[in-house]
Ligand binder design. Structure first.
Ligand code: SF4
Length: 347
């Protein structure tokens, strides 16, 4: 299997921007961005990141707002903060060189088991299996695992099997080959088994169980409702910055609340006379095992009487300079469409 896999990878493996120099820094940045995010979304952000923060020294000194702006859209906003902390530590303690030791890497902020294995194997070519989502699916099929892949027992079986495939000096090749096999051939819904270089070794293929592998633990999403209000006056809207350290800390947002009405967000006294919140649409967003349905409102606010330490006014056409979470970006898109239609009606 090892020979067929590597022959296939040498011919068909993906050319990705972080597969040029295999520096620990570029591997770390790419693998951190790729966690839970598709390659197509990561590539432009990776280029942007590398232009702004080309090495660990530049990252260690980067302002948080700029990091969040470059990261925007990738989700999991605690990651860039951890990355900067890790950069500071690597610069201060290891003279800018990532350690080659699994336990020391795990001690750095935000570096988990997968990222440590990815740095050690892909950057340093040391024998550690790096099992991302794609690789985990491939192994669950090769072994025809009937256990959910998230279970400890299944993870151990997968890890041991993956380790057995790595020969001396080939960790980088083998790990990337398995990742690419999962991304290009052993894809989630319809695996392309007739093109698969390792099908003769695949138990799921032999038993025709590919479609039901990997078995997943069923987790139900909780539903929630929310309102977002665009408080507008003279081409400006209210925004606020989320507190540092908390969930989505440091990102900006519009007034919003779960299980609330627009009136609870903006007291009536602060509005222009006769203005009422106008529903401009709905968005759906999923995060942290929750599916949120949000109604988006627009309202004219009397700026002279509205004052808040929490919120401040910003020009609508400057909002792209702020990092927002994907949830608030979706709401902003809807607001912009609404403003275009409003202008058309007024003319
Ligand atoms: S034979 Fe099919 S199920 Fe098995 S590893 Fe290849 S693509 Fe995946």
């Amino acid at each position: 299997m090892h020979t067929e896999l590597l022959q296939w990878f040498r011919k068909a493996g993906r050319e990705l921007p972080w597969r040029k120099d295999y520096s620990p820094y570029s591997v770390w940045v790419a693998e951190t961005m790729l966690c839970q995010t598709q390659v197509g979304r990561v590539i432009p952000r990776y280029f942007l990141w590398m232009r702004r923060f080309p090495d660990i020294f530049a990252l260690a000194e980067a302002p948080l707002g700029e990091l969040l702006r470059v990261w925007e859209g990738l989700g999991y906003y605690a990651r860039p903060r951890y990355m900067r902390k890790t950069a500071e530590k690597v610069v201060e303690t290891f003279q800018g060189e990532f350690p080659k030791d699994y336990n020391i890497l795990r001690g750095l902020p935000g570096i988990g088991h997968y990222t440590a294995c990815a740095i050690l194997s892909i950057a340093y070519n040391l024998p550690y299996p790096a099992i991302d989502g794609n690789a985990s699916r491939v192994f669950a099929r090769l072994l025809d695992l009937s256990l959910p892949v998230e279970t400890r027992k299944a993870q151990k079986m997968v890890f041991d099997f993956a380790l057995s495939l790595i020969r001396k000096g080939e960790a980088r090749l083998v790990n990337q080959a398995i990742m690419d096999l999962g991304a290009l051939i052993c894809v989630p819904r319809s695996p392309r088994c007739s093109f698969c270089p390792v099908r003769q070794y695949c138990l799921a293929f032999q038993r025709n169980t590919q479609i039901i592998r990997p078995v997943r633990r069923v987790r139900s999403l909780k539903s929630a409702e929310a309102v977002v209000v665009f408080c507008h006056r003279d081409g400006q809207v209210l925004i606020r910055r989320r507190p540092e350290g908390g969930f989505l800390g440091g990102l900006w947002e519009f007034p919003w609340k779960e299980n609330a009405s627009p009136d609870e967000l903006i007291p009536k006294d602060f509005r222009d006379r006769d203005s009422v919140p106008e529903l401009i649409g709905e968005i759906f967003h999923t995060y942290c095992q929750r599916r949120i349905k949000a109604r988006i409102f627009f309202i004219d606010v009397n700026r002279e009487t509205f004052s808040s330490e929490e919120y401040h006014w910003e020009e609508v056409n400057r909002l792209d300079e702020y990092p927002f979470s994907s949830f608030h970006r979706k709401a902003l898109r809807l607001f912009r469409e609404f403003m275009v239609q409003r202008r058309v009606k007024e003319t």
